[in-house]
Write a protein that binds this ligand. Structure first.
Ligand code: FES
Length: 157
């Protein structure tokens, strides 16, 4: 058995029903596969929890935190929901697009960055909220894009 299988068994042991561990198991699988869930990941999670790959994929496809396509080493997610939109989220998003040379939903050719829009991150009073490698930054303005990208580029991952 693989290390991932063993990790999933440990998580599953914390739940009365093994299938309840599907979300943490998918998170583990995503980490193991470099930040996204290829078809093999669904088979591995399904085998470990005695589910079907289709069920695991259906769960993953519902949640924004699971990636169904390859992603860059760093993930920049700009909240564009209403509260952030009212304080300039679109301009902030466009600044990141310009800085990275890609559009939202794309990954840079060197595989370093993926840029996405994302639904409300729960920090509506502190917009624009931008999640950088899953850490939230508040009050992000267009002029911050270049500095944020440089910080991430030099950050340990
Ligand atoms: S609308 Fe952006 S954090 Fe809520």
């Amino acid at each position: 058995m693989t290390a991932l299988y063993d990790e999933i068994q440990q998580v599953a042991a914390q739940y009365p029903q093994r299938r309840s561990a599907v979300i943490p198991a998918l998170r583990l699988a995503q980490e193991a596969h470099g930040g996204w869930l290829p078809p093999a990941a669904f088979r591995e999670v399904a085998d470990a929890l005695e589910l079907t790959p289709a069920y695991c994929q259906s769960v993953a496809s519902f949640y924004d935190m699971f990636q169904l396509e390859p992603v860059g080493k760093h993930m920049i997610e700009v909240c564009t929901n209403i509260s952030c939109a009212l304080v300039g989220a679109q301009a902030t998003l466009e600044a990141f697009e310009s800085e990275l040379g890609i559009r939202a939903g794309e990954t840079t050719p060197d595989g370093e960055f993926t840029l996405r829009t994302i639904e409300c991150l729960g920090g509506c009073g502190w917009g624009t909220v931008v999640s950088c490698d899953h850490r939230y930054r508040h009050y992000v303005k267009p002029e911050d894009a270049s500095r944020v990208v440089e910080e991430l580029r030099h950050a340990e991952h």
